[in-house]
Design a protein around this ligand. Sequence first.
Ligand code: HEM
Length: 180
Amino acid sequence: MKGVVFNLLEEVVLRAFGPEAWDDLLDDSRVSGAYTSLGNYSDEEMVALVDAAATKFAMTRAEVLRWFGARAMPVLKERYPTLFSGHSSARSFVLSVNSIIHPEVRKLYSGANCPFFHLREREEDGVVLMGYESSRKMCDLAHGFIHGAAKIFCEEVDIKHHTCMNDGADKCLLEIRWVQ
Ligand code: HEM
């Protein structure tokens, strides 16, 4: 996983709990903590950090990833404003993840292994169905990113996991419903 994701987790933890909390997570997870944004680091290091955060903050692994994703969005907006500026809603922002956001990320961070989502907007009720498949099984990060994006556009979404790789399914299927 790209160092930029570790940098982002560090920033989110610093903003919420301060530098000591990040130092504690590095100690507890026994990872190096020296991450350059363009470097590649093992997924296991991210899992170790997420598990350490789960223990320290009394959350599940899924809750940590959702919290991280939601809090990361405002940081991403500060760092990559152009990815957000063309959008007036979270719907179009989320729907641009395969066509614009992650392709841009791959240009900026060579070798980035961003997931591809199967996206479909259901005509009758506007629900967005999002299929996800990745050996990292980080659907909860996607969940958090989407909640964070909704907040940026002053919207509220309800997200359900119909199927989940973390429960043994081949693929995840997320249903994103905009709350009026
Ligand atoms: C709603 C929008 C987004 C969703 C749902 C999303 C989802 C994800 C997920 C789930 C991953 C984990 C990797 C995996 O599952 O295999 C990921 C990776 C990543 N995403 Fe996104 N993302 C979104 C927006 C963004 C934005 C705005 C940026 C930054 C500008 C970004 C940058 C990255 C990077 C750098 C990685 C790591 C790739 C790697 O380590 O190789 N994403 N994304």
